[in-house]
Design a binder for this molecule. Structure first.
Ligand code: 0O2
Length: 211
């Protein structure tokens, strides 16, 4: 039965996701061997449900078809990598850019170009060459995936801001005040991320001197 928005391509999506997830895990093993610690604090990945994807296609005025879901929209596969330190985010970005079977088709550095509400994160849209049949309209064997990379601080901020944005029951609260407070928190967290990075660099320099 191929009634969902992904059609017969639904079966390939978890496999494509696992290919990419394994790349990230391989990087982490190399990083661990070098530094004795993990490159990320946690790493989540998912295939967007067919219902959510069908809703997104409709919302964007696209036909509810595999062509739209896998060719016009690029986050059927989503990976979120949450790191302890900002440099680790950029280390993983460089690694993904260098993969021979991956092409970066879009990048948004919301860490350097912070969104006005305070949102920080690094977003990449990857086109992955796979052994699987591609959806009509896509280059042969190609699937898209969205990768979001951020620090733990950025991640907890985004979760809280998401709640504020989507909670329908926030009547009676001063939304302007909450928005301003969220922005202030985002900037304070960014300042802490910077300080933590500096401390980590110092620790690493010292331990390299003594080994
Ligand atoms: P959904 O339904 O999960 O996509 P799009 O092309 O529609 O995916 P856009 O705005 O072109 O969206 O891409 P962008 O800016 O890279 O954002 C993609 C995703 O990043 C969002 O998915 C959120 O998960 C996250 N994101 C972006 N901006 C914010 C923000 O200000 N606050 C929070 N908490 N998350 C953000 P969607 O759009 O939520 O939905």
């Amino acid at each position: 039965m191929e009634s969902g928005v992904y059609g017969k391509y639904a079966a390939y999506l978890p496999q494509v996701m696992d290919l990419l997830a394994n790349d990230v895990k391989t990087y982490n093993e190399q990083y661990r061997a070098r530094y004795g610690e993990s490159a990320y604090e946690h790493f989540l990945y998912r295939v967007k449900s067919e219902d959510s994807m069908a809703e997104k296609c409709s919302r964007k005025g696209l036909s509810v078809t595999p062509e739209s879901a896998l060719g016009r929209i690029h986050d059927a596969i989503g990976l979120r990598i949450v790191c302890n330190f900002v440099d680790d985010v950029y280390g993983i970005v460089d690694y993904l850019r260098a993969l021979s079977h991956v092409e970066v088709v879009e990048e948004k550095d919301y860490i350097r170009a912070v969104k006005p509400n305070g949102y920080r994160s690094y977003h990449m849209i990857l086109r992955v060459r796979t052994p699987f049949e591609a959806a009509p309209g896509n280059p042969e064997g190609c699937y898209y995936a969205e990768v979001q990379l951020r620090t733990i601080a950025m991640d907890s901020w985004a979760a809280l801001e998401h709640q504020v944005k989507y909670k329908k029951t926030l009547s009676g609260v001063d939304l302007a005040l909450i928005t301003a407070e969220l922005k202030r928190c985002a900037d304070e967290l960014a300042s802490c991320d910077l300080s933590m990075q500096t401390i980590r660099n110092l620790i690493r320099e010292k331990s390299e001197e003594t080994t």
